[in-house]
Ligand binder design. Structure first.
Ligand SMILES: [Zn+2]
Length: 153
């Protein structure tokens, strides 16, 4: 290289200087089996499966009722629940969740029955306790996709 030629950055130097793209969180992909649940979340309401054989409410993830029933109606419920169990995460399972630390992963039990894994929001992790009263809130994360989360009622 001649001494009077302009210096150019190498690709590696450019990549090192550029800010890293922020990792993105996974977004649910509704299927035929759970589309009513996700449509409800997008509309700001909670919908659960209700077994046609015994009337028991189910989380949207269950393929079969405890009674063995395989036919369900989708019903809109209040979103009122209690905290069944939880854990506080201090290490992110994925870099996309690092800014949320610490956060609470919870299993909530609906007043109608049925449980769902979700997150608690609006509550310091040290104030969380099993049995606390909760209500559903919905966080829009993509076009037409809302995530059900729970806050103290
Ligand atoms: Zn049943």
């Amino acid at each position: 290289m001649k001494p009077d030629m302009p210096k150019t950055e190498t690709a590696a130097a450019t990549a090192a200087a550029a800010p890293r793209p922020r990792p993105s969180k996974p977004v649910p992909s509704p299927s035929d089996a759970n589309r009513p649940f996700w449509a409800g979340c997008a509309a700001g309401e909670l919908r659960l499966k209700c077994c046609k054989a015994c009337g028991r409410h189910q989380a949207p993830t269950r393929a079969a009722c405890h009674c063995g029933g395989l036919a369900f109606d989708w019903v809109t419920v209040s979103g009122k629940a209690t905290l069944f169990s939880y854990t506080v995460l201090h290490r992110a399972p994925d870099p996309a969740f690092k800014d949320d630390l610490p956060y609470v992963v919870a299993i909530v039990e609906f007043e109608q029955g049925g449980r769902l894994m979700s997150n608690l929001v609006g509550c310091a992790p040290e104030a969380v306790h099993c049995g606390m009263a909760l209500e559903a809130v919905f966080e829009t994360v993509a076009e037409g996709i809302g995530l059900p989360k729970f806050r103290p009622a």
